[in-house]
Structures are given as structure tokens and as C-alpha cells.
Ligand binder design. Structure first.
Ligand code: ZN
Length: 99
């Protein structure tokens, strides 16, 4: 997929990314890439060193937690609505009986 957002090398599959990691393993670079991950922006695969990976992992975990909180608040809202509808139903039943 074409994408200008990612300046990193993009691989079309995990296999290709991992292949490059094994190539870097024999190089003399300081920060050797050790992890491959799926990129949310370009949907391709990138490789990164362990430190970068941990940072990304924490970021994703934080996002996941925020989504969880959002869903829980929506759940509460929904339960409140259901409760309101139930109350209305009861009221209607009472009104019917009074007639
Ligand atoms: Zn990307």
C-alpha cells in the first residue's frame, strides 16, 4: 500500500521483515532491529530495535486502555437508558391499569 506517512522501510509481510532482521543481526550496527510489527498507518510491516518496540507497545497498551474506558462509559450510558425505558414501561402499565 502506498503511504507517505511512514519514512521507515516498509515490508509487505512479517516474513520479509523478519528476514531483514536476521540480516541486521550479523551487522556491526549499534541499534540492531530485533522486532517486526504491523504498522497501523500504512498497514505494512516495519522493523525496530527492542527499545523502540517497548515504547510502541506501551503506547498501544495505553490506547487500548482508553478505548476500554470509553466502552465502559458507553456501557453505563446504555444501561441507564435501558433502565429509563423499563421505568417508562412500568409507568405505562400502571396508567393502563388505572383506566
Ligand atoms: Zn507504517
Amino acid at each position: 500500500m502506498e503511504n507517505n506517512q511512514c519514512k521507515k522501510t516498509t515490508y509487505s509481510s512479517k516474513e520479509f521483515a523478519d528476514l531483514d532482521i536476521s540480516r541486521f543481526a550479523n551487522s556491526s550496527r549499534d541499534k540492531k532491529p530485533t522486532y517486526s510489527y504491523r504498522c497501523k498507518k500504512c498497514l505494512g510491516w516495519h522493523i525496530t530495535s527492542r527499545d523502540n518496540y517497548q515504547t510502541k507497545l506501551r503506547k498501544v497498551e495505553k490506547e487500548l486502555f482508553e478505548v476500554k474506558l470509553l466502552l465502559e462509559s458507553k456501557d453505563k450510558e446504555l444501561l441507564k437508558r435501558i433502565h429509563e425505558v423499563k421505568n417508562l414501561k412500568t409507568e405505562i402499565e400502571l396508567l393502563k391499569k388505572k383506566r
